[in-house]
Ligand binder design. Structure first.
Ligand SMILES: Cc1cc2nc3c(=O)[nH]c(=O)nc-3n(C[C@H](O)[C@H](O)[C@H](O)COP(=O)(O)O)c2cc1C
Length: 176
């Protein structure tokens, strides 16, 4: 029985390098991981006032995360942090108080950037968020992909595949 790994992509744009990386992993990554993208672009902005009658999108998202065995974030860096859409998804999943759906899930972070440091700031901030939201207290494993435009153009990602995939699997497995 494969694991169920929810893949959250931090970029909403159609031609996103991060989405390409995520989709490549979903398509050709180890079947045992059961990777599946969970969309975050339609989640209403978090507002605690809405909890009494929580938006359907929040409820569905929380159920999808609850049903997952592990989480894989694939995100760009925006102004040395994570894009607002991804922060919103983290906030939605962390509430209402006492019902944090991230708790206890192993996870990994891949940050992809055309820049030289591979989205280090986003990667680091995301892991910092999970120190305070107490993600199995907080064991998010980082992977950085720098100069992604260059890698895609010259190497075409596929050539990077096997090395990246084994790293991803080893980091998402319960014993990893
Ligand atoms: C609002 C905004 C802020 C950005 N800030 C950074 C940054 O801090 N560091 C960085 O390496 N790239 C930054 N970039 C460039 C992104 O890395 C680049 O646009 C990347 O392709 C976005 O990821 P995507 O291709 O998955 O959409 C920024 C882009 C935007 C739109």
């Amino acid at each position: 029985m494969p694991l169920k790994v929810a893949v959250l992509v931090g970029s909403l744009r159609a031609n996103s390098l991060n989405r390409k990386a995520a989709e490549l992993l979903v398509r050709t990554g180890p079947k045992v991981l059961g990777l599946e993208v969970v969309e975050i672009g339609d989640l209403p902005l978090y507002n605690e006032d809405l909890e009494e009658n929580a938006p359907r999108e929040w409820q569905e998202f929380r159920e999808r995360i609850k049903a997952s065995d592990a989480i894989l974030f694939v995100t760009p860096e925006y102004n040395r942090s994570v894009p607002a859409a991804l922060k919103n998804a983290v906030d939605v999943g962390s509430r209402p108080y006492g019902a944090n759906v991230w708790n206890g899930k192993p996870g990994g972070v891949i940050s992809v950037s055309p820049g030289a440091i591979g989205g280090f700031g986003a990667n680091h901030h995301l892991r910092q968020m999970f120190v305070s939201t107490c993600w199995s207290c907080s064991n998010l494993k980082p992977i950085w992909a720098a100069q992604a435009n260059f890698l895609i153009k010259v190497a075409g990602w596929q050539m990077r595949g096997p090395a990246n995939f084994s790293l991803v699997s080893s980091r998402l497995m319960p014993s990893g």
